[in-house]
Write a protein that binds this ligand. Structure first.
Ligand code: PLP
Length: 406
């Protein structure tokens, strides 16, 4: 039987603390989720009793570490609906995954004049790696427009996604607007013009069941810390046929078959892409984080989080001068807004003084900020551990911020 969402809160000890004289309200899960006790304890156990290097096989702890590390790869493959664990490459997170695909696939298989298509709602992690290879190799980088409601402009997409497009790199869920894009449809559209699709699932991973194989996705990346896992760890899924032809991204230990001064032959996938000692604790902690997350009914999680989003929207819209950004029909529990005439970082500061943690600024989406003609927003994001009282505290905190800053 699945565990009830209402019971989740007790797993997050961070919520028991006092910040600036008040109990903490954490509304910054889109930046990183809090970590449940089971994950914290698992990491402690690894460092206390199990710490050893993997893939070296000379002793008990090393063997056990390797088993746990590779088991994590299997868990991640299952979570994403991949065909085999060889298709899962462990990386630092979504950012490193995008750099890997750009450098190892993009820089090798595209020709000058080829086009890379992104969108105006991309996080910098899904812009800059493409811009870097485009500038160096004379590829053309284009971005699909975003509508005033914060959805992808499909008319513009159809104009820009052409047989010249070789890579379509798109977020499945905007970290600013909450917009959830229709990845199965976008994948089909990319394939129809002969492009590969690269999906940024950093926010999506906590929202929907992902099925890379079923939907025929070419590359997809996520970060564990956005799904109750450790920071500095994530995974890249790549379709086997693509990964097999890609050259290594970094050189070093673990990624080789044979080395001489003249020449190196490389290990098979996925190890070819994992140079050096990996983030072993990250992998082990991710297994526990996935187990934690999977004990809940995903529909119940979505219902809970979207109810909070709706309640927040309803309450906050009574505040004079508030403007929301992002009104997509399919949303993640992310609420971006500004108070007229007040800088978002000032709002964030006054909320922080009341123990309320939100994110303010451009959220690593400067292209999107330019699109809306704003310097930044205040962003409240909700997770499994938030409740109605958090919404109420946010509302009261904003009333105070308005009084204080107007
Ligand atoms: N993409 C999106 C949509 C994100 O929200 C984030 C993190 O905020 C990233 C990419 C980058 O993730 P990381 O910093 O874990 O690599």
């Amino acid at each position: 039987m699945k565990t009830l969402v209402a019971q989740a809160r007790s797993q997050f000890l961070a919520l028991n603390q006092i910040v600036n004289g008040q109990s903490l309200v954490y509304l910054d899960s889109a930046a990183t989720t809090l970590k449940p006790l089971v994950v914290v304890e698992r990491l402690q156990r690894y460092y206390a009793y199990e710490s050893a290097n993997v893939h070296r096989g000379a002793h008990y702890l090393s063997d056990r570490g390797t088993e746990n590390y590779e088991n994590s790869r299997l868990q991640v493959a299952q979570q994403l609906g991949a065909e085999s664990s060889d298709e899962i490459i462990f990386v630092k997170g979504t950012t490193e995954a995008m750099n890997l695909v750009a450098q190892s696939y993009g820089a090798h298989f595209l020709n000058p004049g080829d086009e890379i298509l992104i969108t105006e709602m991309e996080h910098h992690a899904n812009i800059i790696p493409w811009q870097m290879i485009a500038q160096k190799n004379n590829f053309v980088l284009q971005a699909v427009k975003v509508t005033p409601d914060g959805e992808l402009d499909y008319e513009d997409l159809r104009k820009k996604l052409t047989p010249k497009t070789k890579i379509f790199a798109v977020t499945a869920c905007s970290n600013v607007l909450g917009t959830i894009n229709d990845i199965p449809t976008l994948t089909k559209m990319a394939h129809d013009v002969g492009a590969v699709i690269v999906v940024d699932a950093a926010q999506w991973i906590s929202q929907e069941k992902i099925e890379v194989k079923k939907w025929n996705i070419d590359f997809l990346a996520f970060s564990s810390h956005k799904l109750f896992g450790p920071t500095g760890f994530g995974a890249l899924y790549g379709r086997k046929e693509l990964l097999q032809k890609m050259p290594p991204y970094q050189g070093g230990g673990n990624m080789i078959a044979e080395v001489s001064l003249e020449k190196t032959t490389y290990n098979d996938i996925p190890f070819r892409f994992e140079a050096g000692t990996p983030h072993i604790a990250g992998a082990i902690g991710t297994t526990t984080a996935l187990e934690f997350y999977n004990q809940f009914d995903l529909n119940e999680v979505r219902k809970h989080e979207l109810a909070l989003l709706k309640a927040a929207e309803e309450k906050l819209k009574s505040i004079a001068g508030i403007k929301f950004f992002g009104r997509s029909k399919t949303r993640a529990p992310i609420l971006s807004f500004n108070l007229e005439g007040i800088h978002p970082s000032d709002v964030g500061q006054v909320l922080d003084q009341q123990g309320i943690a939100v994110r303010t600024g451009h959220h690593c989406n400067q292209i999107l900020m330019n699109r809306f003609g704003i310097p930044g927003t205040v962003r409240a994001s909700f997770s499994i551990y938030n409740n109605e009282s958090d919404v109420d505290r946010l509302y009261r905190g904003l009333i105070k911020a308005k009084e204080f800053l107007s």
